[in-house]
Design a protein around this ligand. Sequence first.
Ligand SMILES: Nc1ncnc2c1ncn2[C@@H]1O[C@H](COP(=O)(O)OP(=O)(O)OP(=O)(O)O)[C@@H](O)[C@H]1O
Length: 204
Amino acid sequence: MPETDTALLKARNLHTDFIQGVNLEIPRQYCLGLHGDSGSGKTLLLRALADLDVNQGEVLLEGHPREDFSGPEWRQRVALLPAESHWWDDNVGVHASSWPMPVLTALGFHEDVLQWQTGRLSSGEKQRLALARMLANRPRVLLLDEPTANLDSGNTETVERIIGDYLDEESAAALWVSHDPEQLRRVAHSQALMRQGHFSREEA
Ligand SMILES: Nc1ncnc2c1ncn2[C@@H]1O[C@H](COP(=O)(O)OP(=O)(O)OP(=O)(O)O)[C@@H](O)[C@H]1O
């Protein structure tokens, strides 16, 4: 993809102990798929972009360097959906100040889910609720680490649709990690590969 100033997210020579000099850009309304063997560094790349691990290099959001943002501000805009979501309170509802009810409904929940105890959540319920919680913050960039790994095919289809609609409606961007080539063909505009910490774009 040609370099443009319209990229929503841009990284230059992003590196960590494991990740090797990653250059990438993702435009608005665009999903970049990311695949690669287990242990190749996909999660570590997402964590570096979210500034959750020690890393070096330049990362810009809509032309603004991440140093212009506090850590929480950056992660609200460049949001990571981890493979295993973290729930720090017994009550589901307290994990967001304003849950997007249409998203919860589309994901198959009724309003009473906000009164549920987190201890009762199945892995698939956690994964869907973590998506709703992330979208509640209206992020500009979604860093998605196997967002449907725990879901049946019906819920997988729903999640793919919700994320696609979100990218279109909010002019947002996504980096979507998946081990399922069929899924990446469905959701991603183009793909990239991680191999032993090295990132490379593939032809669209
Ligand atoms: N906190 C850590 N400390 C040391 N090594 C780590 C840490 N986190 C990850 N690693 C190692 O870095 C490498 C890349 O891990 P990463 O989780 O990014 O892989 P991945 O591509 O996401 O794999 P998978 O597809 O299995 O989720 C692995 O060898 C892993 O063991």
